[in-house]
Design a protein around this ligand. Structure first.
Ligand code: NAP
Length: 353
């Protein structure tokens, strides 16, 4: 009887605990193995060069700023919450004293703030006082908001589209002359790095309702629509920007990337405003997290790769994931026509000209 019971216990333990755990751990190891790694032996030198990281007060942006500082750059941390960002600087300084870390206020949900930031940057670090110009701009800041919670920026844009795309669109255009200047005095191109997401493949830009004024807001798909559309806009922007830079024959490259599924606060708003059901929270999410989730340092690797790898010097307009070129055209064909149209519409919305 005892023997029978222990046999049953052993097989239950094996099938319901040991085997699933072994499968999960094995799968996680395989996923890790399949991921690319940053090639640290082939980076451009950024000692003393000026770089900007938006959204450097948390998650991927904070680690990106730290990585640039370690390599001796002058890092402008463009953040909306300076108090929070100051704590990040203090924290980074406990690990490295290299480089410069400079805080500047930038709220991408306000065009006035973007213009003010660019003007201050030009005054302090641009023009004749900084002949080196701006070598790297990382458009990293981003947010995701819950379905049914359509928020509007002070300029009247749906918030996700306004922050993730339009704010960065204006910022990039205002800073381009400084990036061209940096490209002129260096053999390495200056680089615009756009932190997008694999989520862009589920986006669908509707030029008749860019701000979601008519689209019904009743389900999870709407979260996808807000976020995925803003990330699709990031990729279309990358495509058109690279095309325009090539046509101008300037030494400036542009890249988009997906950092992967990274342990940061980006989900906080969604989980708070629209808590998913029990199965998602207690089963699917923990399993996905265990298998796929990167910590913020791992999640920063592809940004660093796009910003610094010499392998990418002759590439522009492409997307990267896990430090490798990602041919997303198998999933979605980005329309050059849409990219050109989005540029024109964005120019009008941010009143660029
Ligand atoms: N984490 C992922 O799994 C994942 C996956 C794919 C793509 N991404 C992309 O990675 C980028 C970084 O996200 P994360 O995961 O690091 O998220 P995070 O930890 O929430 O950090 C987002 C950063 O953006 C800033 N930000 C938000 N709204 C802003 C605004 N209006 N003006 C200026 N800054 C603003 C935040 O500032 P505060 O500190 O003031 O809040 C924060 O510094 C985003 O573009 C995101 O779409 C992330």
């Amino acid at each position: 009887m005892l023997c029978c019971l222990s046999g049953w216990l052993c097989s239950t333990l094996f099938y319901f605990a040991i085997l699933p755990a072994a499968i999960l751990i094995g799968t996680k190891l395989i996923i890790k193995k399949l991921r690319g790694k940053v090639d640290l032996t082939n980076e451009v030198d950024i000692q003393g060069k000026t770089v900007i990281v938006t959204g450097a007060s948390d998650g991927i942006g904070k680690v990106t700023a730290e990585e640039f500082a370690i390599r001796g750059a002058r890092v402008i941390m463009a953040c909306r919450n300076l108090q929070k960002a100051e704590k990040c600087v203090k924290d980074i300084r406990t690990r490295t004293t290299n480089g410069e870390l400079i805080l500047m206020e930038l709220d991408l949900s306000k065009l006035s703030s973007v213009r003010k930031f660019a003007a201050e940057f030009l005054q302090k670090y641009g023009g004749a006082s900084n002949p080196g110009g701006l070598s790297i701009l990382v458009n990293n800041a981003g947010l995701a908001i819950a379905p049914g919670v359509r928020k509007v920026t002070e300029d009247g844009f749906e918030e996700t589209f306004g922050v993730n795309h339009l704010g960065h669109f204006l910022l990039t255009n205002l800073l381009l002359p400084e990036m061209e200047k940096a490209g002129n005095v260096s053999t390495d191109p200056s680089r615009i790095v756009i932190v997008s997401s694999v989520a862009h493949v589920w986006g669908q830009i509707n030029f008749d309702d860019l701000m979601f004024e008519k689209t019904p807001l009743e389900d999870w798909k709407v979260f996808s629509k807000f976020y995925c559309n803003s990330k699709l806009a990031n990729n279309l922007f990358n495509l058109e920007l690279a095309k325009r830079l090539r046509a101008k024959k300037v030494n400036v490259n542009s890249y988009a990337l997906c950092p992967g599924y990274v342990e940061t606060n980006i989900e906080t708003n969604i989980l708070r405003d629209n808590p998913p059901n029990w199965v998602w929270m207690k089963v699917i999410r923990p399993v996905l997290s265990f298998l796929m989730r990167k910590d913020a340092k791992e999640g920063t690797e592809t940004t660093i790769y796009c910003a610094l790898s010499k392998y990418l010097t002759h590439h522009s307009g492409e997307m990267y994931r896990n430090c490798e070129f990602w041919d997303y055209s198998k999933r979605i064909k980005l329309s050059e026509k849409d990219a050109a149209k989005l540029w024109e519409v964005s120019e009008k919305l941010v009143k660029l000209n």
